[in-house]
Design a protein around this ligand. Structure first.
Ligand code: FAD
Length: 339
């Protein structure tokens, strides 16, 4: 085992500070990489020593239920390069919210509805991050990733990424196959805010001069009032995805007197339901199981109230999804990566 080759390699490393849930699991090996050379050495080290590889950015969408027996690579690659009027290549380790601020300061528009989503640029295409009526796939034109099977960097056009609701080719691929290096964005030079999300539309109904900057401020304000700050309370945002059901299934649920809000997709053949509404209706808001709990203002957010293990949170999540299965006949899928 050539562990001594990698100067920054940590053994039996605590993961507490590397995920926003703050659970106290450990990784057999962990390394932070600041450039491509370090990254390739780390990949080689994992390959030579038959170690499972897991890439992390900010750790804001992952729950470790056990110690990780392989190598965790934390991506710290930075840099923003502007190409022409409105294209950007952004390195995977850049902070997402800082990028959103940077684009507005540079009169490039489109990302403002995605303000304050924790994590890194490299993770944004993995689950096609979305919020307030916008998904990142609308602005991603290319993803450059290192394919650990082919041992080479590959460019994926937007259409190759197979983006879907909180999903992409990268999320479905075997863990550790693709390491996002850079993302290319095409933004707009025209300030034309998207107000399709009802609370934003209501807020700006009487404002004839709404700007991207005002939407950015509103999104930050709403998010701060609704979601717990991971620096203060361990969490990973929405734990489950919103379920998508057929029109027939929706009728069945409504026939049982459940007035669940539903948003039509695919011309009304399918509907997206609010997982938060379902969990709230099942009484989950504010419930606790020891030091694992559900946030008091949002039934979709699991919280570490102090010292919860990954297993405590996982068991709570299982109890929540069983209760939704029993009550509504719906199987909730986790949005968070469970390791
Ligand atoms: C308070 C809070 C609010 C949130 N709100 C939202 C929201 O509104 N919308 C939303 O979509 N998400 C939201 N999230 C989830 C999370 O912020 C996003 O999924 C974010 O993109 C994760 O970034 P990260 O760098 O922390 O990724 P990590 O948690 O480190 O990793 C997430 C996944 O991406 C993979 N990954 C990370 N970096 C790379 C890379 N360079 N190459 C390959 N794979 C990589 C990991 O292996 C893992 O599978 C929220 C989370 C929190 C804590």
């Amino acid at each position: 085992m050539s562990a001594m080759r990698l100067a920054k390699l940590l053994e039996n490393a605590p993961l507490e500070g590397h995920t926003t849930f703050g659970v106290q699991q450990r990784a057999r090996y962990l390394i932070e990489v600041n450039d491509l050379h370090e990254l390739y050495e780390a990949v080689e080290f994992a390959r030579d020593n038959h170690l499972e590889l897991l890439v992390l950015g900010g750790g804001s969408n992952v729950l470790f239920v056990r110690d990780f027996p392989g190598l965790i690579v934390i991506i710290k690659l930075v840099g923003i390069v502007r190409e022409g009027a409105n294209k950007l290549w952004v390195a995977a380790g850049e902070n997402w919210h800082d990028l959103v601020e940077w684009t507005l300061a540079n009169h490039l528009y489109g990302l403002e509805n995605l303000a304050l989503i924790p994590g890194t640029v490299g993770a944004a295409p993995i689950q096609n991050i979305g919020a307030y009526g916008v998904e990142v796939e609308q602005f991603v034109t290319r993803v450059r990733a290192f394919d650990t099977h082919l041992a080479e960097a590959v460019d994926f056009e937007r259409s190759d990424c197979d983006f879907a609701y909180r999903d992409s080719l990268f999320k479905r691929a075997p863990r550790g196959r693709y390491i996002v290096l850079e993302v290319e964005f095409e933004l707009s030079a025209v300030d034309s805010p998207v107000l399709t999300y009802a609370p934003l539309a209501e807020r700006f109904a009487a404002d004839g001069a709404v700007t991207a900057e005002k939407v950015f401020d509103a999104v930050c304000e709403i998010r701060r009032s609704k979601l717990p700050d991971p620096k203060l309370i361990g969490n990973a945002g929405s734990f489950f995805k919103n379920p998508v059901v057929s029109a027939g299934k929706l009728d069945q649920i409504r026939a049982q007197n459940f007035d669940v809000p539903a948003f039509p997709i695919d011309e009304g053949d399918f509907y997206k339901l609010s997982a938060a509404w379902l969990l709230d209706a099942a009484g989950w808001k504010g419930k606790t199981r020891g030091v694992a709990g559900v946030y008091e203002n949002h039934a979709l957010v699991l919280v570490n109230l102090g010292g919860a293990t990954g297993e405590d949170l996982f068991l709570l999540a299982q109890e929540m999804s069983s209760s939704i299965l029993q009550r509504f006949g719906l199987a909730l899928q986790p949005e968070v990566l469970i390791v």
